[in-house]
Ligand binder design. Structure first.
Ligand code: ATP
Ligand code: MG
Length: 576
């Protein structure tokens, strides 16, 4: 096996089980057939991001596919930055992309490659096309080129510069390279067919003049290849056998094939297109995500509401859950929209198994246990994860004054409300049974304290006489609790198909973030390492946010325990 097998970083939950069912899809079938027929010893794939933004969950699908296929068939997968547009690309994006892929659990060895590594070769091949009479320098402006390209029903018209001599083309192209002309003054175009039914074949642009500093090549170039010219040739240089890309590139394939056909490339990649991932309630487009960031709709690329890998990580989604999601979504040839709930399901399944349980109270109200000795503290042994016997236990302090959740009390309980109420007994999880004896209110009539008694015979949460309260509440010792800010998240957009009926930004959910400023948490949570997600019992999954400072904890809610969004939506619809 090769090093590309998804391997979890040590802090993260395990890799796919070794007995996981073998994945099958039309791409894996093609690769399997190529290997079986001896056409290739093993596949070479690549993940080719353009470093003009952060990776999102759609990229995770492509990453899982490219690295997965390579690993499963004993091949390799390169990371190649398609860095052909210095105006929009930045080193910070390159670094973030590498970090995200590694965090997802994939390894490309030393094969961090760049289209810019091949600029000399690509230039030489462009010259080769010029010398073969298959490329020419066009002095028309970008607008003129667009206007003369024709439409789906009408052919384009030839450029007046299309029939320049090889000599003149070579000289002008060299001068373009030498930086003699301003941006946009000229381009190099392939000389194919202005009447081709496929518009991509109507003399596509291969090189543009761009006087811009490139993150890797600096000021060495003042012309840059287009994505269309660089992509296929880069694949060929790397010996990529299966160039997996999304469906929008299907119409570009004839151009890629034409270029491969007419250039002395060392190998012939086969391009196979698959459907991009679309998810409800969000948008998977770097262009839109960049606007969300630059216009201040979110805190940054890694905002926990963003569908970026870094946002999902900050939100507390484990890499394993994202990989599992990619497997569940599968690979198909037709576009579809996946329910956001499927991603949550994949993540919840992992977290239910792996997340340690803790106590936290989001909206605290104090209870005082009148018959519990003043100043006494007990250390109770509380299980860390009922789903995982190896997770062990931890000590949790219990005392006379505790915080419980305000909504777990009702002075005048409605039918079916089984939690705490005057005269009623409930179980405090892993601790004792308590009964509310009286309610203390402030001048405004707001409940500020609940007076209770406890039954010392119920230590650990069971009564010797077998009586069973109908409710079990979570709690935190008031003397030991640490305060925290907790950020609760909801969908970033308020409709499943943002922008479907107009301005995308008008569909932003105004309630996508709710900040709870005065939560009370069990003290062990003050030391929870970043990147670890725990379950606050009865409330959901939570993870420390990097905004945390000593004495000023911030937690993000990763997910609720169950999907409340669908319910809220249903209610909204009924109420409307
Ligand atoms: P965006 O549309 O978000 O700007 P992109 O396609 O321009 O994405 P690239 O950096 O060019 O971003 O993408 C790198 C690889 O990831 C490409 O092979 C692309 O096809 C794939 N990819 C991008 N978005 C998705 C998606 N939503 N689902 C699956 N694969 C995707
Ligand atoms: Mg792209």
């Amino acid at each position: 096996m090769t090093p590309e097998i998804p391997s979890p970083s040590p802090a993260l939950p395990g890799a796919p089980a070794p007995d996981a069912p073998e994945r099958r899809d039309f791409i894996r079938d093609i690769v399997a057939a190529d290997v079986a027929a001896g056409r290739i010893p093993a596949p070479v794939t690549r993940f080719p991001p353009e470093p003009n933004g952060y990776l999102h969950i759609g990229h995770a699908k492509s990453i899982a596919l490219n690295f997965g296929v390579a690993a499963e068939f004993g091949g390799r997968c390169n990371l190649r930055f398609d860095d052909t547009n210095p105006v929009k690309e930045e080193q910070a994006y390159i670094d973030a992309i590498e970090h995200d892929i590694r965090w997802l659990g994939y390894d490309w060895g030393a094969r961090t490659l760049h289209a810019s590594d091949y600029f000399d070769q690509l230039y030489a091949w462009a010259v080769h096309l010029v010398e073969s009479g298959l490329a020419y320098v066009d002095d028309q402006s970008a607008d003129q080129i667009r206007e003369t390209r024709g439409t789906l029903t009408e052919p384009g018209t030839n450029s007046p510069f299309r029939d320049r001599s090889v000599e003149e083309n070579r000289e002008l192209f060299e001068r373009m390279r030498a930086g003699e002309f301003p941006n946009g003054a000229r381009v190099l175009r392939a000389r194919i067919d202005m009447a081709a039914p496929n518009i991509n074949l109507r003399d596509p642009v291969l090189y543009r003049i761009v006087h811009a500093r490139h993150p890797r090549t600096g000021d060495a170039w003042s012309i840059y290849p287009t994505y269309d010219f660089a992509h296929g040739q880069s694949d060929a240089i790397e010996g990529v056998t299966h160039s997996l890309c999304t469906l929008e590139f299907e119409v570009h394939r004839p151009l890629y094939d034409w270029l491969i056909e007419h250039l002395p490339v060392p190998s012939r990649p086969r391009q196979i297109e698959f459907a991009r991932l679309n998810l409800t309630y969000t948008v998977l487009s770097k262009r839109v995500l960049l606007r969300l960031v630059s216009e201040g709709h979110v805190r940054g690329w890694d905002d926990p509401r963003m569908p970026t890998i870094s946002g999902l990580r900050r939100r507390g989604f484990p890499a394993e859950g994202i990989r599992d999601f990619a497997g569940m979504v599968g690979v198909a040839k037709t576009d579809s929209v996946i329910e956001y709930g499927l991603l949550e399901y994949a993540v919840r399944t992992v977290l239910n198994r792996t997340a340690q349980r803790r106590f936290g109270v989001l909206d605290p109200v104090r209870i005082v246990i009148e018959n519990y000795p003043e100043g006494q503290v007990e250390s109770l042994d509380v299980g860390n994860n009922p789903e995982d016997p190896t997770a062990g236990t931890r000590p949790v302090e219990f005392g006379r004054e505790l915080w419980i959740e305000r909504e777990d009390f009702a002075e005048d309980p409605p039918p079916k409300f089984f939690r705490l109420a005057p005269g009623r007994e409930v179980r405090l999880r892993n601790a004792y049974f308590v009964t509310c004896t009286s309610v203390v209110k402030d001048q405004a009539g707001r409940v500020v304290e609940l007076r209770c008694t406890y039954d010392p015979a119920t230590r650990g949460g069971d009564a010797p006489d077998g009586r069973r309260p109908k409710a079990t509440l979570h709690w935190v010792s008031a003397a030991h609790a640490v305060p925290a800010e907790v950020r609760l998240y909801d969908q970033l957009f308020s409709r499943p198909d943002p922008g479907a009926e107009g301005d995308l930004f008008a569909d932003l959910n105004p309630d996508s973030e709710t900040i709870v400023r005065n939560a009370m948490l069990e003290p062990s949570l003050a030391d929870l390492p970043g990147g670890e997600t725990v379950q606050f019992e009865r409330l959901g999954y939570f993870t420390p946010d990097p905004d945390s400072a000593p004495g000023a904890l911030v937690f993000n809610r990763t997910l609720t325990l169950k999907d409340t969004w669908a319910k809220v939506q249903a209610k909204g619809a009924v109420g409307a």
